[in-house]
Design a protein around this ligand. Sequence first.
Ligand code: TXE
Length: 493
Amino acid sequence: MTAQVTGEEAHVTSYVPVTVGGTALVEDDRASMEVRSPATGELVARCAVAEERDVDAAIAAAQGEVATLTGMGPRQRGKLLFAVADRLEAEAEPIASDLSAEQGKPLTEARGEVAVAVEMWRDAAELVRHLTDELLPSDVPDREIRVSRRPHGVLAVITPWNFPATIPTEYLAAGLAAGNAIVWKPSELTPVTAEHLRRCIAEAGFPPASVNVVPGPGGSVGATLTSHPGIDAVGFTGSPQTGHAVARAAAGRPQLLELGGNNATIVLEDVDVEAAAEQLHPACFANAGQICSSTERIIVRRELHDDLVDALAAVTDRIRLGAPDDPETTMGPLNNRPTLEKVERHLADATDHGARIVTGGRRAEGFPTELYFEPTVVTGLTPQMLAFREETFGPVAFVTACDDDEQAVELANDHDLGLISGVMTDDPQRGRRLAERIEAGIVNVGDPATVWQPHTPFGGASGRRSGVGRLGGRYTIEALTQLRTIVTPRPSG
Ligand code: TXE
């Protein structure tokens, strides 16, 4: 970390500064905010609150670096991306530990997240090293048409707290690979992981203003950044409400927006019920359900309903809720109070409208903070309930019964967020037929919603509210570049 906090807050591990052009700005008059562990309530870091002048300076610095990054060419940038991956890998253990402390996920999940981030840096490096121009045939014989991918220029990146290493990496790795210079506002809830990432990028040898970090709250710093006339494009992952505000603020500029999901997994009557419950376990409860691709609604054939609900309740019995750094723990606390309150609001609304809590449903007692929530199974979910319409983002498996394939598809599509879906069946052809009719960016047949391979295109179906564009491997690089067509006289001879 750039600056240690001393004195009465000696237990504070770090201070996350504004960083512009590779320099940490640590003037005494800049406001800061606390980052507290969701698991213990202890202060784990302080984070600077960037001011308007910082955002201006970060954008000016990034503008000055675009030419350097573009001039390096893709193969040299690829080398630096590999070097970032190597640094992250070498420091994976301390980074995972800090990530777990500020985010609340079990250390094992944090280690897995850092390992995936490492692979994403390598993936971006390989992809960009093979980026080629395209020559199009010309209607006019003496003209050559060359189409190439250029960076947008200054890319504003805003990221959330649920995956503080992988979600930023999606934008940073592909954004730098493409030659953009970046101004990044990480979540104010997980800035320590952001600082690790920024440092690894700098130490890998990227020019100083390649990634500038302006930490702080979204309503002020995020809004200043996304409405700034100096940015050329935006990458954002977060809630639909904020995403729509970002879209308005950056209107007219290229945008890659990944917003929430209210993902359905359909379970057909031909599956083995115990095996289906095992697959649904991580789909509903990994990261305490705080994943935009989590299974939020399970739509099961009525003849299997009771058995599946029993099997789900049995798998939740195995979940060990506890401190993230305890090796026995399989689920940690929720990250923040608004998320806790939303989970409770959705459960209260569901039971008011006739749903039944089979197991869980409450804050767990005996923990240092109120953010530990019991893994929960609820049945009787119906379309008029909040949990059916909005993303719950908590450790809850909501179940509803259906009578046939037609009704299953209708229920799956009866919501506004079409990110990812699953059809669990032993019959791939039947699963495929249903998948063709489900309005989501990804449909897994044989697997639940949640399963995503990071090099494949990830994003919301058109016409829904869950985003614009696609993340994942080369699709992110495509989204973070613009096409430039140059038509020249064809060399004679
Ligand atoms: O999101 P926000 P929150 C969903 C999930 C969660 C809900 C709310 O359902 O319960 O959103 O979470 C910054 N201009 N997802 O409140 O507000 C903010 O500082 C610019 C799904 O955390 O969208 C943070 O850096 N930026 C999701 C980022 O936006 C603004 C991941 C996300 O915060 C801003 C997280 C503004 N006006 C939540 N206001 C997913 N798709 O994975 C806030 N921010």
